[in-house]
Design a protein around this ligand. Structure first.
Ligand code: HEM
Length: 410
């Protein structure tokens, strides 16, 4: 093992490992191990051609970063490369890293104020009513699947459930929910129509806000409108966009990775179906082995500082290697076999930790259980090794899950 160099500056480094190499390879632990051997717990990686960032891979180092917002800010206006104009207008990084006026990109008192409606609104959702609503969405999607034949569980199910259920929690009708879903899918594709589609989402949600102002309802939109943390409708709109955006891909990947694990690992499948592994423990197993948000953007250094012996310059970007931290050898990660443990970092940790942990678990649990109930004989239609991965530097999950199955009645 080489001794990692600690005195390099991010700007001068070339030939770096692309971050997407960690999500694209069949065994990400091997990619993280190589990075650790060369650089230690904080490694320079390339986000896009010529755009470097630090990948923080240590379990403890991530906890240090997320708890110290004075040193490591969420506000991307600190990003030196953005200030220097080195991130082009067509960069795929902008949708996920450009500054926005919401809780996600805020620190301090502003963050706490804007996070409160998200946290309180999601926490107040009743378990049984929400579960019924999710179940109805899952059944509606499964009813569209051919009664006997082949389907892609990602496109027809995992990708649809999160947006449609979160939209329903906001009191958005299924038709408008499906339109929002189409907009988000196209937005993540970063096509030429991205601006227009974002505008369409804003128009739909502004209409939902006006309708709820006129006729309040027992749902998340009214909870957001009534919350003192929001000072005006523009902030409510920003929080709705954040909730719909933050919940979509992560929850989709969690559903898809759980179904993929069942379809490709007979022991796991038998334990879940046979009741030897409770569904929540099974879901946590997936969060340990395949956390949906493998590499979480972003924190920015507010001053020159040191982390794990490495010099971080003011304005450098830091990515949280959540998947890497789950296998951190110093934390005993490589020996961990027991999944009945929620100390993984899949939801983040600290001030910005995911406020939707209970609800997203309810969505995924209901989606997986409904699928097992309605398509009990589903079988993977390709070899396990042929399941393609969705190309993304941030999330790691199947792009498609082709199965054959017979649909039963709900
Ligand atoms: C209904 C589904 C979901 C919703 C509405 C949601 C919403 C959010 C929101 C609003 C934030 C920003 C909080 C803040 O900045 O204070 C966030 C952060 C986060 N969420 Fe979720 N989320 C959902 C599902 C998930 C799932 C399934 C995962 C992964 C298992 C996940 C992982 C994360 C992570 C890693 C962060 C960032 C932590 C950090 O940067 O420190 N989320 N989520």
């Amino acid at each position: 093992m080489t001794t990692p160099s600690t005195d390099c500056r991010l700007d001068g480094l070339t030939g770096l490992t692309p971050l997407s190499a960690t999500t694209a390879c069949p065994r990400p632990e091997a990619a993280y191990r190589q990075l650790r051997e060369r650089w230690g717990q904080v490694a320079p990686v390339e986000l896009e051609s010529g755009i470097p960032a630090w990948l923080v891979m240590g379990y403890q180092e991530i906890r240090i970063v997320v708890r110290d917002e004075l040193r490591f800010s969420r506000d991307s206006r600190h990003w030196r490369l953005l200030r220097e104009g080195r991130i082009g207008p067509g960069s795929g990084l902008l949708p996920i890293m450009a500054p926005r006026d919401n809780a996600y990109f805020s620190d301090g008192a502003k963050h706490r104020r804007l996070r409160a409606p998200l946290y309180d609104g999601l926490a107040a959702l009743g378990e049984q009513r929400t579960a019924r609503l999710i179940r109805a969405t899952c059944d509606r999607l499964i009813d569209r699947i051919p009664a006997d034949g082949s389907i892609d569980l990602v496109a027809s199910y995992a990708a649809q459930v999160p947006m449609l259920t979160v939209a329903a929690l906001f009191g958005i009708t299924p038709n408008l929910g499906e339109r929002l879903q189409a907009c988000v899918i196209a937005l993540f594709g970063s096509g030429a129509d991205a601006q227009a589609l974002f505008g369409e989402m804003e128009t739909i949600l502004t209409g939902v806000i006006s309708a709820h102002r006129a006729a309040p309802a027992d749902d998340l939109t009214t909870a957001f409108l009534d919350h003192p943390g929001h000072h005006n409708d523009a902030e409510v709109l920003a929080s709705m966009l954040l909730t719909l955006g933050a919940g979509w891909e992560t929850t989709q990947v969690w559903i898809a990775q759980t179904l993929r694990t069942m379809l490709t690992d007979p022991r796991f499948d038998a334990q879940v179906r046979g009741g030897h592994l409770g569904i929540d423990d099974a879901l946590d197993h997936v969060l340990w082995t395949d956390p949906p948000m493998a590499n979480q953007p972003t924190r920015w250094a507010t001053s020159d500082t040191v982390l794990a012996g490495r010099r971080i310059a003011r304005g450098d970007a830091l990515i949280l290697g959540l998947a890497a931290a789950n296998t951190d050898p110093r934390a005993g990660g490589q020996d961990r076999l027991d999944s009945a443990n929620r100390a993984h970092l899949a939801f983040g940790v600290g001030l910005h930790a995911c406020p939707a942990q209970r609800i997203s678990r309810l969505i995924v649990r209901t989606a997986v259980e409904t699928m097992l109930h309605r398509l009990p004989d589903m079988r993977l239609a390709v070899l396990a090794a042929a399941v393609p991965l969705h190309p993304s530097p941030w999330t790691r999950g199947p792009a498609h899950l082709p199965v054959t199955a017979t649909r039963t009645r709900s």
